[in-house]
Design a protein around this ligand. Structure first.
Ligand code: CP
Length: 312
């Protein structure tokens, strides 16, 4: 594997899940693999889980992680081709990516969307520029349209906690006060489409996600209908895709409650706003898998880094 920037970089999700479980059982087995190798983590946006779990994954493989908050700490990076750089940007991605490639054997990047310019966001300008101008593998730590480390984590978690051969998994939109990206939902959808699960999406009208991602996955605009016989409910807010980046609905009718959840397990990528997205009674119950999910971030990242190191 040259890069890990999309769920579509996973050739066989079942074998990846089995390998991730093996890593979880014996996390230091491959500690020699990353000896004298450096992982650079570049954050254009905030993070808790991704930042720490990806560093921990690197350490478990014997790698040396180095971290930079690009927005604020680094020179402003220009991504446009042929730009006259007499504005706020001081360094072009051509030089920046080439320079960081000399310090790092793998570069991991987090860069969120604008949620204002759909075409720009869908071009994955930052991630693709790193792929183009860096000379080392690139890992997507959440980009404009995808969060494949989270999607792999979620697939692993569902595999661990499934009690039936083909569980019913529901991705449910939930309310939020801010305009949030589509990346987590997109990668979760792509991961579930690769798995042997009964998968449906539920969201209010006006919140259907990119049809090129949802494909033929059933979409319910009635949450109660979608939740029937669910084994897993994965909650996530996203801003409107149709009315791009807008927050047109914030009422609490779509919040996940214990009554709605029934016997299903609750999942969320975190961070989560309590009693806005999901009520305390869910998060504080045995139904919640959110802490287990966050733990699995390490092993998903470790599997990805292992595969990249093996192919260096
Ligand atoms: N789930 C997730 O990516 O968390 P952070 O934004 O804290 O990294």
């Amino acid at each position: 594997m040259k890069h890990y920037t999309s769920i579509y970089d996973i050739d066989n999700i079942n074998s990846w899940i089995e390998e991730a479980k093996a890593i979880k059982t014996n996390p230091f087995k491959h500690i020699q693999l990353g000896k004298n190798k450096t992982l650079g983590l570049l954050f254009f946006n905030s993070s808790l889980r991704t930042r720490l779990s990806t560093q921990k994954a690197a350490l478990n493989l014997g790698m040396n992680p180095i971290v930079m908050n690009v927005s604020g700490d680094a020179w402003g990076i220009e991504f446009g081709d042929g730009t006259v750089m007499n504005g706020s940007t001081a360094e072009h991605i051509k030089e920046a990516a080439a320079v960081v490639s000399q310090y790092c054997d793998v570069i991991a990047v987090r860069a969120f969307p604008t949620l204002k310019n759909k075409a720009k966001d869908e071009s994955e300008q930052v991630m693709n520029a790193f792929k183009k101008y860096a000379s080392v593998p690139i890992v997507n730590m959440e980009s404009a349209t995808g969060h494949p480390l989270q999607g792999l984590t979620d697939a692993l978690t569902i595999s661990e906690y499934a009690k039936v051969t083909k569980p019913k998994v529901v991705l449910s939109w939930a309310p939020h006060i801010k305009a949030l990206p589509h990346a987590v939902a997109n990668s979760f959808i792509q991961a579930m489409q690769k798995m042997d699960v009964e998968f449906v999406i539920t969201n209010p009208e006006g919140y259907d996600l990119n049809p090129e991602i949802t494909k033929n996955t059933p979409i319910y605009h009635n949450q109660e209908e979608a939740f029937k016989n669910a084994d897993f409910v994965y909650a996530k807010n996203w801003s409107s895709y149709e009315d791009y980046g807008k927050v047109n609905k914030t009422d609490s009718n779509w919040m996940i409650t214990k009554a709605k959840l029934g016997g299903a397990k609750f999942m969320h990528c975190l961070p989560v706003r309590r009693n806005v997205v999901v009520e305390d009674a869910v998060l504080d119950s045995d139904s919640s898998l959110v802490i287990e999910q966050a733990n699995n971030r390490t092993y998903a990242a470790q599997l990805v880094l292992k595969k990249l190191l093996e192919d260096l």
